[in-house]
Design a protein around this ligand. Structure first.
Ligand code: XMP
Length: 477
């Protein structure tokens, strides 16, 4: 090898986008919609990372409501991950096809457990043939002292319920909910068999969320992560049964034989689209597409909690990784996701200009109300926990999910490629995403781009010198 043969590679901070002539006079005229795969359209090019301090159902619901998508992490048992997917799928369809039900002979204690486990506020009370007997809401049992009280004693009985029919439209349902000031409207057929449930909250949300990313049945989009070892086929199958819109095959080094094999096996087991990664080269992208990937995730080591580059010496500055992977993906009409290293909205503009169809974000979103992390106070400032999924703690948690007794040698052998830390608390996802998308839209207008296709076409990068760097980023605080 000769020194002069070593290529330069760039990260987001090394470049700026050259301002171009623009006819865009308002951010409202900028369209940021994109495709994740050929069949999945997003209204925002943002994805929340499949990390245990970033995305569970609450985050995924917020993401899809705002127009992006969240990927449920896999650091939990299969049933729990499928349950997170189901929570998202139920969150915004105005008709819940299979509402959660309970028998009249069960106890208040059992109902409380079911409600807490499923994150819901009511249960329909049915007999064995699913005939509606009543409804039980959290209000009915809030003050019940005796846990062993039978549901039949605490519920509102069928005779006092107003019900709808399975074929009714949203307008008809709205009228009834409004007229009787109802929260829930069970749908029953002529034989009083439960066929669905409409909630006023869901209808209201549907009316006020035109920008949400939805499937064909009006339900929020959601993705779920899987690995390539052990029970991954069972996990993929259960997630598909829970109606995930997307599987993300997420491995630190995605350019490997085990990922190609796993991709092929999963493709045989389910027809849910699969995004595979992570890679950082043209060859990696080509090989994943050849193995059947419907999308490719790009990024080796740019993440805020990643120490892969320090620990292993391997990686690729993220802007170059995106540019090279796009060269391969574009030839096949497949989208890539720029994963990790987004520190500010300007980095999103650069990633999309370089060819990414969307960006995946961890640390910025970890600081919001919707992330599953816990709060800490550091130096008097409110923080939320954030850890790399290859950190020591995450590795130990993973092993404990797989088996109860972990061999101490296995713990000793862990070589972490991520850190466990925290990020400053930032408020709600709505506020954070609003700022990110506002910045992106302004960045697009500087490039004279009314949509992401035009951004790719118009983008011209310049490299920064040291003084360019300090002029750009060293500002008053
Ligand atoms: P940001 O910068 O948005 O990056 O926080 C999120 C992405 O970081 C990746 N990730 C890791 N990479 N070791 C790594 O090398 C880790 O422990 C780790 N955990 C997460 C992942 O791609 C995520 O989407």
């Amino acid at each position: 090898m000769k020194t002069e043969e070593i290529k330069y590679a760039l990260s987001y901070g090394d470049v700026l986008l050259v301002p171009r002539k623009s006819s865009i006079d308002s951010r409202r005229k900028v369209d940021v919609s994109t495709h994740l795969t050929k069949g999945i359209k997003l209204n925002l090019p943002l994805i929340s990372a499949n990390m245990d301090t970033v995305t569970e159902a609450t985050m995924a619901i917020a993401m899809a409501t705002l127009g992006g998508i969240g990927i449920i992490h896999r650091f939990m048992d299969i049933e729990s991950e499928a349950n997170e997917v189901r929570k998202v799928k139920r969150a915004q369809s105005y008709i819940i096809d299979n509402p959660y039900c309970i028998g009249p002979d069960k106890t208040v204690e059992e109902a409380r457990y079911e409600m807490a486990k499923k994150g819901i506020m009511s249960l329909l009370v049915v007999d064995k043939s699913f005939k509606l007997l009543g409804i039980l809401t959290d209000r009915d049992i809030r003050f019940v002292k005796d846990d062993k009280t039978k549901i039949s004693k605490a519920m509102t009985p069928r005779a006092r319920l107003i019900v709808g029919t399975p074929g009714m439209t949203d307008e008809e349902a709205l009228k009834i909910l409004d007229k009787h000031r109802l929260e829930k409207l069970p749908l029953v057929d002529r034989n009083n068999i439960v066929r669905g449930l409409i909630t006023s909250k869901d209808i209201y949300k549907m009316i006020h969320s035109e920008n949400s990313a939805k499937d064909r049945r009006g339900r929020l989009l959601v993705g779920a992560a899987i690995g390539v070892k052990g029970d991954y086929i069972e996990r993929a199958t259960k997630l598909a049964e829970a109606e995930t819109d997307l599987l993300v095959l997420d491995i630190a080094h995605g350019h490997s034989e085990s990922v190609f094999d796993a991709l092929k096996n999963i493709k045989k087991a389910t027809d849910v689209p699969i995004i595979a990664g992570n890679v950082a080269t043209k060859e990696g992208t080509e090989d994943l597409i050849a193995a059947g990937a419907d999308g490719v995730k790009v990024g080796i080591g740019p993440g805020a909690a990643c120490i892969t580059r320090t620990v292993t010496g391997a990686g690729m500055p993220q802007l170059t990784a995106v540019i090279e992977c796009y060269e391969a993906s574009n030839a096949h009409g497949i989208e890539i996701i720029a994963d990790g290293g987004i520190k500010a909205s300007g980095d999103i503009t650069k990633a999309l200009a370089a060819g990414a169809g969307s960006v995946m974000i961890g640390s910025i979103f970890a600081g919001t109300d919707e992330s599953p992390g816990y709060f800490t106070i550091r130096n008097g400032v409110k923080h939320k926990s954030y850890r790399g999924m290859a950190s020591f703690g995450a590795n130990v948690s993973r092993k404990r999910i797989d088996k109860k007794e972990v061999d101490p040698q296995e713990i000793f052998d862990i070589v972490p490629e991520g850190v466990e830390s925290s990020v400053v608390y930032k408020g709600s996802m709505k506020e954070v995403v609003n700022q990110l998308i506002g910045g992106l839209k302004s960045g697009m207008s500087y490039c004279g781009a009314a949509n992401l296709e035009e951004l790719r076409k118009n983008a011209k990068f310049v490299r920064l010198t040291n003084s360019g760097l300090s002029e750009s980023y060293e500002k008053l605080s």
